[in-house]
Each structure stands twice: as C-alpha cells, then as structure tokens.
Design a protein around this ligand. Structure first.
Ligand SMILES: Cc1cc2nc3c(=O)[nH]c(=O)nc-3n(C[C@H](O)[C@H](O)[C@H](O)COP(=O)(O)O)c2cc1C
Length: 224
C-alpha cells in the first residue's frame, strides 16, 4: 500500500505542520504502508492560468512539477494533505496545487482513494481549514477518513501534545485500515453524488470542447 503526504508549509517538514504530519506518518507506517512526503516548498507548482488545456487534453500546459504530483496522486492508494492555517484557509502553495487539480476535479479522478487531513494554526480555526481540505478531497472523488489540527504552543510544540500526537498516530492507522477494508463514509456520499451530477452535466454541456473529459466519463460509465 502506497500513501503520499503533500505538505504545503513554507517550512516543509521541519515546521509545526510537519511535526504533526510526522506523527500521522508514524501511524501509517506502523500499520504497514509505504509512505512518501511531497513538500511543495521544494517544488514548482505555479497558479492555474485557466487555459482549459487539462479539460481538452488531460495534460496541463504549464511546464512545472504539477504533472509529476498528479501522477503520484493517481498511482497512490491514499494521500495526506497537510497545511498550516493561513487566514482560515490553506497556504498559497497548497491552494495553487488544489487549483491545478481542476482537471482531476472535473473527472473526480481520485474516486476510490482515501485521504487524511493535517493542519496547524497560530491560534485556532482548525476545523474550518480541515473542512475545506475535506471538501477538496471529495471534489476529486476521494473520501477523507478524518483530520487532525491544533494551534501551536511554540515551534513544533503543541498544547496537550501527548493526546494530540496519539490522535495523529490513530488517524494514520485509520487511513491504512480504511484503505485495506474499503471503509464506507456514507456522510460524504450526498455531497459526492451531487457534485458528480454537476461535473458530468458540465462536461456533457462542454462536450465539443472538453474532449478529454468527455472521453474519460464515457469510459468510466462503460466500465460500470
Ligand atoms: C501568512 C500567514 C498567515 C497565517 N494565518 C493564520 C490564521 O489566520 N490563523 C491562525 O491561527 N494562524 C495563522 N498563521 C499561523 C500559522 O498557521 C501557524 O504558525 C502554523 O502552525 C505554521 O505552520 P508551519 O510551521 O508548518 O508553517 C499564519 C501564518 C502565516 C505566515
């Protein structure tokens, strides 16, 4: 089982978010999965330019590291998204990646995969950012098994650290088990099903132009 962790902090794995992510990864690895950390800090992921190339061809026109990350997302069994709280949302690095995933979103191409969410803040608002990342996970068709977030109490220090780290390791184990047992998350089904109706309707409407996405959905429907 392969799980990738994408971290959007400018401190990479060495900051507060990285510290909490390391605990989740400990849980995942203890359960038996292979992991890989992708630090957006060390990569070049430019903002989306809304050229629609992904919808037409399935490939982004911008020549940077996005396609490599996309291939890893498509190949993994599960993924972890880890971001600091920047103004009640994710960091710009993570948001740029989310926007570049627009083609994956239109195809809900990560259907069948599972994700876990990690966030840290200066002073709170953690649930809001976790919920936002969870919404992203559902738009790419995947399910989130849960999230862990906390304000910091210093560099790589957290209030109630023992319990927080235990929750983080449990989240890692939960991600592994959810993948292994194909766990169902019915509370996410309504959103995913509404969103799928929206995406298939949109691709249908744009069918003369968005050839790649039209063919993607046609192939998926013919397999079912
Ligand atoms: C640009 C910027 C915006 C931030 N916005 C918030 C915020 O809205 N709320 C908050 O509680 N902390 C905010 N913080 C603090 C970070 O979320 C917090 O320090 C986090 O733990 C940093 O994680 P890192 O070490 O992994 O980068 C902000 C920090 C920066 C640099």
């Amino acid at each position: 089982m392969k799980i990738i962790a994408i971290i959007g902090s400018p401190h990479g794995i060495h900051g507060n978010t990285g510290s909490l992510l390391e605990e989740v990864l400990d849980g995942v690895e203890a359960a038996g999965a292979e992991t890989e950390v992708i630090s957006l800090k060390t990569l070049n992921v430019q903002p989306c330019v809304a050229c629609d190339a992904c919808h037409k061809t399935g490939v982004c026109n911008i020549k940077d590291d996005y396609e490599k990350i996309k291939d890893k997302l498509l190949a993994c069994d599960g993924f972890i998204l880890a971001s600091p709280n920047y103004i009640f949302s994710v960091s710009a690095q993570m948001k740029a990646l989310f926007d570049r995933c627009n083609g994956l979103i239109h195809c809900m191409a990560l259907e069948g995969k599972y994700a876990a969410l990690v966030e840290t803040s200066g002073g709170g608002g953690d649930e809001e950012v976790l919920a936002y990342m969870g919404r992203f996970v559902n738009t790419v068709g995947a399910k989130y098994v849960g999230g862990v977030g906390s304000p910091m109490a210093g560099t790589r220090v957290f209030p109630d650290e023992e319990n927080l780290f235990e929750s983080a390791r449990n989240l890692g184990r939960e991600l592994y088990t959810s993948i292994a047992k194909k766990r169902k998350f019915p509370e996410q089904d309504a959103f995913i099903s509404d969103f799928k109706a929206r995406m298939t309707g949109l691709v249908d409407y744009m069918q003369e132009q968005w050839v790649f996405e039209r063919e993607f959905w046609a192939k998926r429907k013919s397999k079912k």
